[in-house]
Design a protein around this ligand. Structure first.
Ligand SMILES: NC(=O)c1ccc[n+]([C@@H]2O[C@H](COP(=O)([O-])OP(=O)(O)OC[C@H]3O[C@@H](n4cnc5c(N)ncnc54)[C@H](O)[C@@H]3O)[C@@H](O)[C@H]2O)c1
Length: 374
């Protein structure tokens, strides 16, 4: 476990009571695994995994943590659980995260993403044990001006579609709770974190490019690619998670100067078109082809590329991305390849732990702050 358990960050999380909402999802499962490996006592609150397969089930995480199935909109249940567990740190990831679904289900999206956030903040407000809360929103929370400049944390919030707007609203909710309740005199430090277009093994959500590619490759069919020329900022799943974990550490150790909003995005050289991602994915898989899919049905607005300016995280947290975009795609696709070609599904636990270990080691050799050993 060298790399994962030896860092000062790992020693900090050892024995901490950490509450994670959305722990059954893609990012939530990786975060839960990482916290578990560092020795945290993790309680998770979310719906049952929404995809089949799911990373949560592949890793059998329900055997490693306290896993509670519940709706983030059910305030009484959520509050009761938080009161009983008395968490020291909360990571709030539970959300309806899909833009296209948000067009079909705007009410459910707002209830989950906005009132869900209110519920978590309100439950934390009456739980004195909670000293740090990290609220996970999205790069889509910004008013997208469709220009080439990168967005800073103090740029206006907005959102064209219901999902993006719900994340802008969740940011406003967090800001109001910070100024009204979690002031510098209070015992709770609150940050909101913004990342986007995360890829990595174990995501099987609908309507996302890597899961779509992998599902089709497994069936030996050509991959249908919508918008091959759309440029997106691709980022390995462990990159923003390292930022969230390190930010919570700093909020705990140092305090109020780390309150507020934080961008955790990839460098601009990671902004590449979908077609380049698909080409690299097929090369890594070893076979397969793709075709340009005619978009049929309802044409929904798709935002242009949105870049994040991460100077604040670079300068104040000394946080940096660890992998370049090519390695991000290769490591992601290899994980799925091993999943579909491995003979022992239980091997994916060791495979996924090794991925975090590799990432932590690489970060340490690059002298990135959170990976440092004191
Ligand atoms: N994946 C990305 O590229 C990306 C980009 C930007 C932001 N985010 C944000 O990161 C967070 C995690 O995203 P993800 O990709 O892991 O999504 P995911 O769909 O894999 O996981 C979502 C999680 O939220 C839970 N959830 C959904 N509705 C719920 C409800 N009503 N009650 C309780 N739990 C509920 C699900 O059970 C699941 O555990 C979300 O807040 C998302 O908006 C993700």
């Amino acid at each position: 476990m060298r790399g994962i358990q030896q860092s000062k960050m790992a020693r900090f999380y050892q024995g901490k009571r950490v509450f994670v909402t959305g722990h059954t999802g893609f990012k939530g499962s990786w975060l839960t695994l990482w916290l578990h490996l560092m020795g945290a006592e993790v309680h998770g609150y979310a719906l049952e995994p929404l995809s089949e397969p799911s990373l949560f089930k592949v890793l059998e995480l329900q055997q490693k943590i306290t896993h509670v199935v519940g709706d983030i909109r059910d305030y009484d249940k959520l509050k009761g659980l938080i009161k009983r567990f008395q968490p020291e740190i909360i990571f709030h990831l539970a959300a309806q995260p899909l833009v296209r679904l948000s067009y079909a289900e705007p009410r459910m999206t707002y209830e989950t993403n906005v009132m869900g956030t209110v519920n978590v903040l309100e439950a934390a407000r009456s739980t004195p044990s909670t000293r740090v809360l990290v609220n996970i929103t999205s790069d889509k929370c910004y008013e997208n001006k469709e220009w080439d400049y990168a967005y800073r944390e103090n740029d206006p919030l907005g959102g064209y579609d219901p999902y993006s707007s719900s994340k802008g609203c969740a940011e406003l909710v967090a800001a109001a709770y910070r100024s009204s309740y979690f002031t510098s005199e209070s015992g709770l430090r609150l940050a909101s974190v913004r990342a986007g277009n995360v890829i990595g093994g174990g995501d099987w959500a609908v309507d996302r490019i890597i899961p779509d590619i992998v599902r089709t490759l497994v069936l030996d069919k050509p991959v249908q690619v919508r918008n091959p020329d759309a440029v997106r900022p691709w980022q390995y799943v462990l990159e923003p998670l390292s930022g969230y974990l390190w930010l919570a550490y700093q909020l705990w150790q140092v305090g109020v100067v780390y309150d507020g909003a934080w961008n955790f995005g990839p460098p601009s050289r990671s902004n590449i078109p979908v077609r380049q991602v698909v080409d690299q994915a097929l090369r890594t898989w070893g076979r397969g082809e793709w075709t340009d899919a005619e978009c049929s049905g309802l044409k929904l607005h798709e935002a242009g590329v949105l870049k994040l300016d991460c100077s604040k995280a670079n300068n104040l947290l000394h946080w940096e991305p660890v992998l370049d975009v090519e390695e991000t795609i290769v490591r992601t696709v290899r994980w799925y390849f091993d999943y579909y070609h491995g003979h022992d599904p239980k091997g994916m636990w060791a495979r996924t732990v090794a991925e975090i270990q590799f990432y932590a080691e690489r970060a340490r050799t690059k002298t990135i702050s959170w990976a440092g050993v004191e």
